[in-house]
Each structure stands twice: as structure tokens, then as C-alpha cells.
Design a protein around this ligand. Sequence first.
Ligand code: HEC
Length: 157
Amino acid sequence: MKTVVSKLLVSIASASIVLGVVPACTVERESSDEGTERNEADVSKDEPSYFKIKNVDVSPKIDVKMATAGKEIFETKCGACHKYDERYVGPPLGKVTARRTPEYVMNMILFPETMQDNDDTVKALIQTFMLRMPNLNLQEQDARNVLEHLRDYAQKN
Ligand code: HEC
């Protein structure tokens, strides 16, 4: 019994060591990746009130699994209207994460109608493209995966 208890104590102790180390790593990674961060639109903590998605957690480091899943969704559901580098039925999206916030992109994918009714940038896009982007009824996680793919694409191209 004694050994079980002391083993438990040891694992709790090592768990807290690991936990203690994690924030230190995160801080370090953020500062060394500053260059990459500047590629992206500033994350404003003050998004417009009509944004239904208020805050999207993005890390400077791309989540490869999410980006891979997102690429497939992009190709099947968005490619009919969007290319990466040229105007098509809708605007090019290869660098969209450099000109828009993650929150904007998520709201645009999940709640295009709300954006079209309220957002001046989107209203101007409708004038230019003479079409309102339809709601594709994506799950939130699918939309998040597409965002990760677009962040990945923008960083690499
Ligand atoms: C039927 C055509 C169509 C499909 C399919 C479509 N879009 Fe769009 N999209 C548009 C049009 C047209 C606009 C510009 C007018 C508007 O915003 O309604 C637009 C605008 C956007 C914008 C805003 C771009 C900017 O510069 O601000 C984003 C982001 C976007 N679409 C993402 C997507 C994603 C991601 C998908 C797939 C999940 C997708 N769209 C599928 C037609 C489409």
C-alpha cells in the first residue's frame, strides 16, 4: 500500500512539473514565431457585435491534422466558387487570412447571411461579385478546419 501511495505522489509530482513547463514553452514559441504572426490579420479582441463567433483560438503553429481535413472540405465545397490566387465566382482565398481576422472568416463560412446584412466589407463584396455567398451548412469544426487550411496556405505561399 505504501508503495502505491508513493508511486501516486511521484506521478502527481511529475505531472505538475510537466504542467509547469508547458506555459514556458508556449511563451518561447510565440516570440520565436513573431515573423509568421505578422502574416496574419491582427486578432482584434473587439469584434463587431453581430459576429456570432466571438473568438477563435489560433496558434502561430499550424495544426496539420486540421489543415489536411480542411483542404479536402475546401476543394469539395468552396472550390466551385473560390480559387486561391485569382478572382472567380467569389474572391480569391489564398491570402484571406492576411486581410481578415479568423473570426471574420469563421462567421463568413457559418453565418454568411448575418455578415451580408451587417458587415460593410461583405456588402461591398456583394456589389463586386454580384452574388451572395450561400450558407453551406458546415459544422463548426469543419469551418475551423477550412480556416486552418487557409492559414496554412497563406503561410506557405
Ligand atoms: C456558390 C458560390 C460560393 C461558394 C460555394 C462559396 N463561396 Fe465564399 N463567397 C462567394 C461570394 C460570391 C463571395 C462574395 C460575396 C459575399 O460575401 O456574399 C464570397 C465570400 C467569401 C469570403 C469573404 C472573402 C473576403 O475577401 O472577405 C470568405 C472568407 C469565403 N467566401 C469563404 C468560403 C469558404 C471557406 C467556402 C467553402 C466552405 C465558400 N466560401 C464557398 C461565393 C461562394
